[in-house]
Design a protein around this ligand. Structure first.
Ligand code: MLT
Length: 199
């Protein structure tokens, strides 16, 4: 998969797993590194699905309607890719903190629906990737959800449902709302950085 990797500049600093939104690339979110945790590293991946030329991490049938078969396949592929890169670049998968926006947040959430791969995750404008499935034990996982109160793509009900599902699986969940729509705004990033530093 097309990706960028940067080792942390400081000992003990995390490595962010950046997963962009629809139409994005691996370049989009790397500028958040220093805002979220100075000295952190990153593995930033480009989604392999093309929707009219726009990269995504999995196919959708319509806006907000996901191709579940493709989602399952791509999630497993992304997990294998991450494990491969962990070996190649010599880090442990547990050191990774996914930072996903929109479509990238959805596949990050779905990875956690599969297994408690990460100790922390930052999901920016996520939706519920799958419904009616049993989640693994996520009691070792902290999740930050950044949501927009007026987000037309990820309605508030999706945020509430996702929060509930993660909590039922034992995760510690923090939800921060902005009064904006689907766009990523600086106050959300600042809240995510503060949440990270509280660990
Ligand atoms: C999706 O995965 O389709 C998102 O939630 C919406 C988008 O990326 O446009």
């Amino acid at each position: 998969m097309i990706h960028l990797f940067e080792q942390p500049k400081k000992n003990g600093a995390p490595i962010f797993l950046f997963l962009h939104g629809t139409g994005g690339t691996e370049e989009d979110l790397i500028g958040l590194t220093e805002l979220l945790h100075p000295g952190a590293g990153y593995l930033s991946v480009r989604g392999e699905v093309s929707e009219n030329g726009m990269p995504r991490f999995f196919k959708r049938l319509a806006e907000g309607v996901f191709d579940q078969e493709d989602l399952a396949l791509r999630t497993d592929k992304l997990i294998s890719f991450i494990k491969e890169k962990a070996e190649e670049y010599q880090f442990s998968v547990q050191e990774l903190i996914p930072v996903g926006y929109s479509n990238g947040a959805n596949i990050a959430a779905n990875m956690l629906f599969e297994e408690a791969l990460f100790a922390e995750a930052i999901l920016l404008h996520p939706m519920v990737p799958r419904r009616g499935v049993k989640l693994p034990d996520l009691s070792s996982v902290r999740v930050f959800i950044g949501a927009g109160a007026n987000d037309p793509i990820c309605p508030a009900s999706e945020t509430h449902d996702l929060e509930q599902l993660f909590k039922e699986a034992g995760a510690e969940v923090t939800v921060e709302w902005s009064h904006h729509g689907h766009q990523l705004v600086m106050p959300t990033i600042q809240k995510a950085a503060a949440w990270l530093s509280r660990n």
